[in-house]
Design a protein around this ligand. Structure first.
Ligand code: ATP
Ligand code: MG
Length: 180
C-alpha cells in the first residue's frame, strides 16, 4: 500500500483544486516558510477524520476552510481526497485503489466517502484499523509525538503496538458485539 495522490480543494491555503501526486519511495516536500507544506500534512489528518481543530493548528474547525486573501474571496466549503494504491490488498478490501474523501461546509457538518460512496466516519476509522494509517496511528509523526509516546500512560502506548500487531479491528468488533 502506498499514498498515490491527495486532492485538495478549498482546504487552508489551497483555494483551487490542487492535485499532489506521490510515487513509491521517499518524497520530500520543500518550499519557503508559509507556502503550505504543513497544510498538506493537516489535510491528511483531516481526511482521516481528525476532530480536533487544535491538532490542525486552528481555533475552530471552520479554520480549515480557505478564509480568503486580500485579492480573493473566502470559500464556503472544502474537500480533501486521499487515494491509496491498495493493489497488495493491505487494507483488507478488494479494490486496487481506495479513495477516502471528506467534505465540510461552513455550517460544520462533515461528509465522508469511500470510493465516492457516502459513508460514516466510523467506516473510515474501521477501514484504516490495523493498517498503521488511521487518525490515531503512527503513520503521521508530528512535532512532539515522540515525546508524547514516551511520556504517555502504558495503556495508551499499547494502542500503537496493537495497531501494528493487527488486532485493533477484532477488539473493536468484539466491543461492538457486546454492546448489542
Ligand atoms: P513553515 O516552513 O514555516 O513550516 P509551511 O510551508 O509549513 O511553513 P503552512 O503552515 O503549511 O506553511 O502554511 C501556512 C499558510 O497557510 C499561511 O500563509 C496561512 O495564512 C495559510 N492558511 C492557513 N489556513 C488558512 C485558511 N483557512 N485560509 C487561507 N490561508 C490559510
Ligand atoms: Mg510547516
Amino acid at each position: 500500500m502506498f499514498l498515490k495522490r491527495i486532492d485538495v480543494t478549498g482546504f487552508k491555503s489551497f483555494a483551487d483544486h490542487t492535485e499532489i501526486a506521490f510515487s513509491p519511495g521517499i518524497t520530500a516536500v520543500v518550499g519557503p516558510n508559509g507556502s503550505g507544506k504543513s497544510n498538506i500534512a493537516d489535510a491528511i489528518r483531516w481526511v482521516l477524520g481528525e476532530q480536533s481543530a487544535r491538532t490542525l493548528r486552528g481555533a475552530k474547525m471552520e479554520d480549515v476552510i480557505f478564509a480568503g486573501t486580500e485579492t480573493r474571496r473566502a470559500i464556503n466549503f472544502c474537500e480533501v481526497s486521499l487515494t491509496l494504491d491498495n493493489s497488495d490488498q493491505h487494507l483488507g478490501v478488494v479494490f486496487d485503489e481506495v479513495t477516502v474523501t471528506r467534505r465540510m461546509y461552513r455550517s460544520g457538518e462533515s461528509e465522508y466517502m469511500i470510493n465516492k460512496q457516502a459513508c460514516r466516519l466510523k467506516d473510515i476509522a474501521e477501514l484504516f484499523m490495523d493498517s498503521g494509517m488511521g487518525r490515531e496511528s503512527y503513520s503521521i509523526i508530528g512535532q512532539g509525538k515522540i515525546d508524547e509516546m514516551l511520556s504517555t500512560r502504558a495503556e495508551d502506548r499499547r494502542g500503537a503496538f496493537e495497531d501494528a500487531a493487527g488486532i485493533v479491528k477484532f477488539k473493536f468488533r468484539k466491543k461492538e458485539a457486546e454492546r448489542r
